[in-house]
Design a protein around this ligand. Sequence first.
Ligand SMILES: Cc1cc2nc3c(=O)[nH]c(=O)nc-3n(C[C@H](O)[C@H](O)[C@H](O)COP(=O)(O)OP(=O)(O)OC[C@H]3O[C@@H](n4cnc5c(N)ncnc54)[C@H](O)[C@@H]3O)c2cc1C
Length: 391
Amino acid sequence: MYDIIVIGAGIAGSYTAREFARLGHSVAVLEKHPEPGHKTSCTGIISQACLDMLPGSHRVIQREARSATIVSPAGNHIRIERETTQAYILDRAALDRLVAEQAGKIGVDYFFSALATGLQSDDRGVYVKATQGSRPLELSARACVIACGTAPGLIRQVGLGRIREYAYGAQAEVTCKNIDEVEVYSGRQIAPGFFAWLVPTLPGKAKAGLLSKSNPGPAIADFLKYLEGQGKIPPASPDISFGSIPLKPLTKTYANRILVVGDAAGQTKPTTGGGIYFSLICAGIAVRTLDESLKAGDLSTRHLALYQKRWHKILKHELDIDYWAHRFYRGLTDKQSEHIFQVILRHGIHESLLTSPDITFDWHSKVILDAIRHRSLQRSLVKFKLFPPPA
Ligand SMILES: Cc1cc2nc3c(=O)[nH]c(=O)nc-3n(C[C@H](O)[C@H](O)[C@H](O)COP(=O)(O)OP(=O)(O)OC[C@H]3O[C@@H](n4cnc5c(N)ncnc54)[C@H](O)[C@@H]3O)c2cc1C
């Protein structure tokens, strides 16, 4: 019997496994794919704070970013730039391999091509059924961490319900010319309710992707054609990978001997879809809570509720405000977005926000609240009946 079984060798799963093993626990990881990071659609953009949580990850950096251009629905530009590096663009598959390798080196047992299909718990332990290739595999442990991304089956099986809202993403690796900074495109024609991106990676290469509330297949094909038309990428039919992003967290992220982390728990920013940093924060809390519970010999639902209390204390308000901002943005027509874009540009709101200590790559709630306090922005929101008039 292992101390912990982790289901999923994504970033949340392998980070959790590695940190448990460092505390001296025996850990097994089940991963349905033959290797970590298999066919990921993640762009791999993270902050310095996130990079600092991932020792060795400098080896998988493809590019540093300190500026970005945001393109409005009508094709106008806002350029934001800071003097220091604001984000790192990583090879996400290589990152997952790196963390799994680190975990393996300190004794974590990995089972690849092992799809977990059943999960049960009782007073004595947790029992996981899986198929590895064509062979059945059964493992037991004192506790289990579900880190299986947006696959909902196991979570429903253990009675934790389901995440109620997702966005759907698509991304292609493209060759490109003269793209030196991140480009973000808004507008219903390109990415209804969300945004699209062109992110330079290695010299002459970029990731082109978008998020959508419905099937992103047709939208990504149109976006690639648009980039071709703009002369940014040559005509090609690149491989497209797809993935989903939870927009709201799971209501309950703990059960008897079980915790849920990462995308599986919906610990993802609804503003940008970024989930790596918050997944790591929550994985750290899961490790601490389970370690204490293992030592106390109490892995009951009541005792593990502490995990959710702890991560909610750090992230819940942030996720709520981000979700509100996302819903607000999603409801805008192109005309309204363009008007707001023009107000931001005319009044230099982006410049004043850029100098604010509240603006960080990972935490958006303060800057969202600062932005809607700007009188000129409030006036235009009132004009469109999007905001109550200031008192
Ligand atoms: C298009 C797109 C772009 C993104 N860009 C960014 C970005 O730039 N920055 C950022 O921070 N975030 C980004 N994200 C979000 C980020 O990818 C996720 O938040 C992050 O991957 C969550 O990690 P995870 O370990 O929880 O889940 P995952 O990375 O999805 O890992 C889950 C793992 O579990 C395995 N698994 C699933 N079910 C089972 C099972 N039953 N048995 C065994 N194994 C199983 C899967 O194969 C997978 O390896 C993006 C997402 C998308 C869709």
